[in-house]
Design a protein around this ligand. Structure first.
Ligand code: SME
Length: 137
């Protein structure tokens, strides 16, 4: 199987391809469950550095997806009460979980500087990306 270094390089490449090709994908990153802890840890990402390298399950959009196992599309982050702001430029967010053998082991997280940019096509596309990621983990 792939080494962790290979996997992280490939995950970073995915972030770069998405951020550079889709104008409303402005921060693209992966969070993964941190061992056996009830928290997420930041993995490869492209975009502004974030202070939120560890996110407890249940906190913010990412932490909610860690427990819901569902996509979370946020058209307007200012309307969310359980939201962790990483950058004041962010207007919208989408988080799609990654499953390995049916277990939610992480997620792709995308921030947009555009309000309400994400459609069902983004969800279907990112589900496909996550299924491909699952196969290299
Ligand atoms: N906004 C996220 C935190 C991660 S940053 O978007 C990179 C949240 O509310 O969980």
């Amino acid at each position: 199987s792939d080494t962790n270094k290979d996997v992280n390089e490939r995950l970073l490449s995915i972030c770069e391809v998405l951020e550079s090709n889709i104008p409303y994908y402005n921060w693209v990153g992966f969070y993964f469950r941190n061992g056996d802890k009830e928290e997420l840890k930041l993995g490869p990402y492209v975009g502004a550095p974030t202070d939120h390298t560890i996110i407890p399950f249940g906190k913010g959009i990412c932490g909610q997806v860690a427990v819901s196992n569902q996509n979370f599309v946020v058209p307007d982050v200012s309307a969310q009460d359980n939201y962790i702001a990483c950058s004041i430029t962010v207007k919208a967010e989408i988080v799609v979980p990654i499953f390995v053998n049916g277990e939610n082991i992480g997620q792709i997280d995308i921030d947009s500087n555009t309000i309400d940019p994400f459609t069902e096509a983004d969800e279907r596309f990112l589900e496909f990306v996550c299924s491909q990621v699952s196969s290299i983990l």
